[in-house]
Ligand binder design. Structure first.
Ligand code: UD1
Length: 419
């Protein structure tokens, strides 16, 4: 298994180009199932989750080819309606296969996605929505079997929580349902708007994406599309924190600053220099910093996907801070690993209490999930001596060319292959 070795203490400096958003590209790739015409998706990051999705689409019957950062899909073969365990288990976002297949075939059998290290992550909100749209659902042999004998019919769907994935699955199915669907308490994340833009390019009639109330007027068919995926706001936030934690000075290029305002604002409140331009952000370390509390929230609040990285930074600022995780019930797996660097953190249910320490000392650490992994790399970049990060396959799910980008910024980082 590969490992990352970091010799910390280098101040990162220079420019970094932010890749296309993983979380936007995934639902857009699944949207190609809604049309028989060819489509072209640009700015798709080269990541393990993207490869899994391309493999998945080909298995279902949609010829899909990724070359560089462009994915092309071709006129469809007959689709299969079964998504087996081997494909679904690799990635929770696989459940986004449900919406398009239900819309096209009126049925879909998906292996249950199972648990995950950051929490139970059930799919009840997705399934309740499909029921509202007229599907019958039962579980058999580890599969959720969904059948809409008479096709999908528009409905009013009031989400008990603004789930990102459930909102996407409803969009991906209701676009071809008969009549009008209204999603109340819909997710407002930028990835929802990007998906709605793609679906509208395909001929769908969606209004209100990003407002929390989305209205979809069902249409009979959809056409192919060309689209460029939005920049990855979570990757961007990770590099902003890399500048902060290494006492560096980094300019991020190809970003949408508004999408990361929650993180920029907290960095500014802690005293860092943050300057936003139209498509770039500069983050620079300055003296006299103080830690700042955060509470993770749905967009536009502070993203749960940046909580671990923020924690690594707070551990090195003099004073006390609190981090409250409100989106996932078990997303402090990185605490024990950060403690191996010398961090002073205690956890009380959903709240982590941090007392800043003067420095981190490098250690062998293990990645438990994607963003926890990012936090450990950040800690390693700031730590004295050597850090060895193992189980880095989690990082390969979400960070394109991580070592290459960090090396270009001046980090002493390398990947080693070990058996
Ligand atoms: C997406 C992102 C993920 C991010 C998360 C929250 C993708 C591929 N992943 O995940 O990186 O951390 O949004 O911003 O876009 N829940 C239920 N029942 C459901 C669905 C969700 O209880 O049917 C709960 C989850 O367990 C979790 C919370 O709702 O506690 C948020 O989940 P959701 O917004 O659905 O996140 P994902 O779409 O899985």
């Amino acid at each position: 298994m590969d490992k990352i070795i970091i010799r910390g203490g280098k101040k990162l400096k220079g420019e970094v180009i932010i890749s296309g958003s993983k979380n936007s590209a995934l639902p857009i790739l699944f949207a190609t199932l809604l049309t028989d015409e060819p489509s072209v998706i640009k700015n798709v990051p080269s990541l393990a989750d993207i490869n899994t999705t391309v493999e998945f689409l080909n298995f279902i019957g949609k010829k899909t080819v990724k070359k560089g950062n462009t994915v092309r899909t071709y006129p469809s073969e007959k689709y299969r309606h079964i998504a087996p365990y081997d494909l679904v288990r690799k990635m929770r976002a696989s459940i986004l296969i449900m919406g398009p297949l239900l819309a096209r075939l009126n049925r879909v059998d998906v292996s249950l996605p199972g648990g995950c290290t950051i929490g139970a992550r059930p799919i009840d909100i997705h399934l309740d929505a499909f029921k509202k749209l007229g599907a019958g659902i039962f579980v058999e042999g580890g599969y959720v079997k969904t059948l809409a004998e008479n096709g999908l019919k528009g409905a009013v769907i009031d989400l008990k929580f603004p789930s990102v994935g459930a909102t996407e699955n409803i969009l991906l199915s209701a676009v071809l349902a008969k009549g009008k669907t209204t999603i109340i308490n819909a997710a407002k994340e930028p990835e929802i708007e990007d998906l709605a833009n793609v679906l509208n390019k395909m001929g769908a009639k969606i209004n209100g994406a990003s407002t929390g109330k989305i209205v979809i007027d069902g249409v009979d068919g959809l056409r192919g599309f060309t689209h460029e995926v939005i920049p990855d706001r979570i990757e961007a936030a990770t590099y902003m924190i890399a500048a902060a934690i290494t006492k560096g000075d980094i300019v991020l290029k190809s970003v949408i600053p508004k999408h990361i305002e929650a993180v920029s604002n907290k960095l500014k409140k802690s005293g860092f220099f943050v300057k936003e331009n139209k498509t770039s952000i500069r983050v620079k370390w300055v003296k006299s910093l103080k830690p700042h509390n955060i509470k993770t929230e749905v967009y536009p609040g502070f993203p749960t996907d940046v909580q671990a990285q923020w924690m690594a930074l707070m551990c090195l600022l003099k004073g006390h801070s609190k981090i409250e995780e409100t989106i996932f019930e078990n997303r402090f797996m990185h605490v024990a690993e950060l403690q191996r660097f010398g961090a002073n953190i205690t956890v009380d249910c959903k709240v982590a209490n941090i007392t800043g320490v003067e420095k981190f000392s490098g250690a062998p650490v293990m990645v438990s999930d994607l963003r926890a992994g990012a936090a450990l790399v950040l800690a390693g970049l700031a730590a004295e001596v050597k850090t060895i990060v193992s189980r880095i396959y989690h990082l390969d799910r979400g960070y394109e060319m991580l070592e290459k980008k960090l090396k270009k910024l001046g980090a002493d980082i390398k990947r080693v292959h070990s058996s």
